[in-house]
Design a protein around this ligand. Structure first.
Ligand code: ES4
Ligand code: ZN
Length: 319
């Protein structure tokens, strides 16, 4: 039996397995530029974040109806349950869908149908995190946030993802301010490919409660000291960091150094269909590659609940 854990850094669009992509392409009459599942899987070789994002956005074109989003989330929850996930805070990218003419209500209602059944069907409690694409404008992010107002009871937090370098958190200060006014919590990807200064900005300008990735915080001692002191969690994604070449190999991953420094690190899968495995596999293989102790593995699982947006009472039951 795998150890109970929360998953806090998971892009639902990144759980689109090649088999489901082909099934949805056929169902919706969408042409894919790949002849077979094997041919598609062979394309999952990336040089950096952008080369991944190009395929990630391309393949999303098969997601058209509420049922498609329900099927996508249902498949993820089934896989996550098998790996010991008890709570999942799930990112989604509304602008990647509205830009293709798929309304935000289709996305949220479709995902919501699977999430509504999740506790009963899979034993997984869930939250949704609405992510803004940082390579689009702040105005577009603000429009997206306003369009999500009818669905705020389904949304826990806002997040910030997509191409990081050149799109600093400061670009979204006003958007996050508005999200806070609407009662939403806040996270942001920072320090994946971008510099430590982006992590500072995410904390000071966006007032985020967690940092997604945060790898490059290690280049700034003062920043590490602050993250440790304030117990600001980092949602680390080892398979992703290797596949997108932020880190050479799993054995070179700084996760152990992060734990040794006292950082509240958690392990997550990011885009598991693209990066070689789900959260349990990230934990097992990273622990083996780095020689993590049983105590360190327990700490990672415990951190995942501490770092979650679960209400205190529920959270404390896992700690
Ligand atoms: C992402 Cl790995 C990663 N980084 C930034 N944005 C993303 N969107 C989906 N996966
Ligand atoms: Zn991510």
């Amino acid at each position: 039996m795998s150890i109970p854990k929360a998953e806090l850094h998971l892009h639902i669009e990144g759980t689109l397995e090649p088999e489901l992509a082909f099934r949805l392409a056929e169902r919706n009459g969408v042409a894919l530029p790949f002849g077979s599942v094997d041919e598609l899987r062979a394309a999952y070789r990336f040089d950096d974040l952008q080369s991944f994002l190009d395929l990630y956005y391309r393949l999303m074109d098969v997601l058209r109806t509420e049922q498609d989003f329900t099927d996508l989330a249902e498949e993820y929850l089934t896989r996550a349950a098998a790996q010991g996930v008890r709570h999942a805070e799930i990112f989604f990218d509304p602008q990647a869908h509205t830009a293709r003419g798929v309304p935000i209500e289709t996305v949220i209602n479709g995902l919501g149908a699977a999430l509504d059944r999740s506790e009963a069907a899979h034993g997984i409690s869930t939250g949704l995190i609405l992510c803004f694409l940082r390579d689009l404008s702040a105005g577009s992010a603000l429009d997206t946030l306003e369009s999500a107002k009818p669905y705020l009871d389904r949304i826990t937090a806002v997040g910030l993802d997509s191409a990081e370098v050149g799109n600093p958190p400061s670009k979204f200060t006003a958007v996050y301010e508005r999200a806070r006014e609407l009662g939403l919590r806040a996270v942001a990807h920072a320090g994946e490919e971008g510099p430590a200064s982006y992590v500072w900005e995410a904390l000071d300008l966006l007032k985020v409660e967690r940092i997604d990735h945060g790898l490059r915080c290690l280049e700034d001692e003062e920043l590490v000291a602050r993250l440790v002191r304030e117990r600001i969690p980092l949602t680390v994604c080892p398979f992703s960091n290797v596949r997108l070449r932020c880190v050479d190999t799993l054995a070179d991953h700084p996760l152990r150094r992060m734990l040794d420094a006292g950082l509240v690190a958690t392990v997550n899968s990011d885009d598991p269909a693209y990066f070689g495995g789900y959260v349990g596999q990230n934990l097992t293989e990273t622990a083996a590659a780095l020689g993590l102790t049983a105590q360190q593995q327990y700490t990672l699982a415990r951190n995942s609940f501490e770092a979650s947006f679960l209400d205190r009472q529920t959270r404390d039951r896992y700690l």
